[in-house]
Design a protein around this ligand. Structure first.
Ligand code: GLA
Length: 383
């Protein structure tokens, strides 16, 4: 990938730049909890975005995406936004950096990635973090790591139309090899947990349904609105409640008649899911992978039946995991397609993968994809 980028950079700009990379992420548990002020438990992976960048002494950005095979040129003011959606991520990061007082200038860049798009592994956060980290470094801006993650998140909100939480960008910036990170999305306190399932006789694998749902971002924003309307209702009795994180089932039941049945289910899922993250962290500290797995199935059930962000293909993969005695399995990320994350005992791995491939292909006419997970470091400059 690096060679391809170098070659293109040289061809387009007749010079060489610096290399920066940021990873995608997995999330063991804690889905749709981040924008509810709850806990998440992600880790960065060994797949990400890689970019070569060099300031060009002008006020223009000249960018080439290897994966899209597309070139874009844009300025740094709000009026000069590019049309291509891939370029809007880079433009957004520039704009959000400038809004925070960062003085940046134009640059040339070529980038590529190996995070599968739309698989729920946050290829977009990897892209945002790569550029947020690089601009901060190249222009000596001294922006702290939290703010770098927030630059990526605001890019999603203001330039890409997704009202996401902080999990993906946080994991991409703060990732650490061999560790998952429990993040409290209300206080932003975080703690690294060593994570080595192989040492305990397990494997962590992703099965990609290769399904992408077009309306995913509007459905995502709608889920967030549901959570906010339930908070508004609870707040009338409990003014201290700012997020669903601050609420419990008792408070939710007090407003059952005032919220829609759908919004009630959404909130029920979130309240339960926040607790599941804490339970999983406790279990992991004791090396109790069976409980970790049980909670993962709990998440899948909630995401499928209460939050309704699963789909037929993902439910099918989850059922096969259950049939094969897989320890834990669930849809990962925002949902509406993408991957299941599976915690499998080493001796059940082969039979599971074989059955999943055969039955999935038989039912849907195409195979899923398999990714082994390696927990890796966050955003960085390459030597
Ligand atoms: C997407 C968002 C995250 C988070 C997850 C669901 O990945 O970008 O902020 O909400 O969905 O947990």
């Amino acid at each position: 990938m690096k060679e391809k980028i170098s070659k293109k950079f040289e061809e387009l700009f007749h010079t060489t730049g610096s290399f920066y990379t940021s990873p995608g992420r997995i999330n063991l548990i804690g889905e749709h909890t981040d924008y509810n002020g709850g806990f998440v438990f992600p880790g960065a992976i060994d797949k990400g975005m890689l970019a070569e960048i060099k300031p060009n002494g002008t006020s223009k950005v000249r960018a080439f995406s290897i994966d899209m095979d597309d070139y874009a040129e844009f300025g740094l003011t709000e009026e000069e936004a590019p049309k291509a959606s891939w370029a809007r991520y880079i433009f957004g990061v520039c704009r959000e950096t400038i809004k925070r007082g960062g003085h940046i200038e134009g640059f040339d860049t070529v980038f590529a990635g190996d995070v599968p798009l739309g698989a729920g592994m946050s290829s977009s956060a990897a892209l945002e973090s790569t550029y947020a980290f690089a601009l901060n470094d190249l222009f000596g801006l001294n922006i702290d790591k939290f703010e770098l993650a927030k630059i990526g998140q605001s890019t999603e909100h203001n330039y890409c139309g997704v009202n996401c939480g902080i999990m993906d960008q946080f994991a991409s910036v703060f990732g650490q090899k061999g560790h998952l990170i429990r993040l409290d999305c209300r206080s932003l306190e975080y703690k690294y947990f060593p994570f080595d399932p192989e040492a305990a006789g397990y494997k962590l694998v992703l099965l990609d349904s290769v399904v992408k749902h077009e309306l995913a971002s509007s459905a995502y924003n709608k889920r967030r609105q549901s959570c906010e309307s339930v908070v508004a209702a609870i707040k009338r009795n409990h003014p201290e409640v700012e997020y669903l994180r601050d609420a419990n089932m008792e408070m939710l039941n007090e407003v059952k008649a005032d919220v829609s049945a759908e919004d009630y289910m959404r909130a029920e899922y979130v309240i339960e899911e926040i607790q599941r993250v804490l339970d999983v962290c406790d279990a992991l500290e004791k090396g109790d992978y069976e409980t970790v797995g049980e909670k993962m199935y709990g998440t899948h059930y909630g995401m499928s039946k209460l939050y309704e962000v699963s789909c037929e293909e993902l439910d099918f993969l989850n059922d096969i995991a259950k049939e094969c005695g897989v320890t834990g399995s669930r849809v990962m990320g925002g949902g509406f397609g993408g991957c299941t994350i599976n915690l499998v005992k080493a001796d059940k791995y082969e039979a599971f993968v074989e059955k999943a491939f055969a039955e999935y292909t038989k039912k849907f006419g195409h195979a899923p994809k398999l990714y082994d997970v390696v927990i890796s470091d966050g955003a960085r400059r390459l030597a």
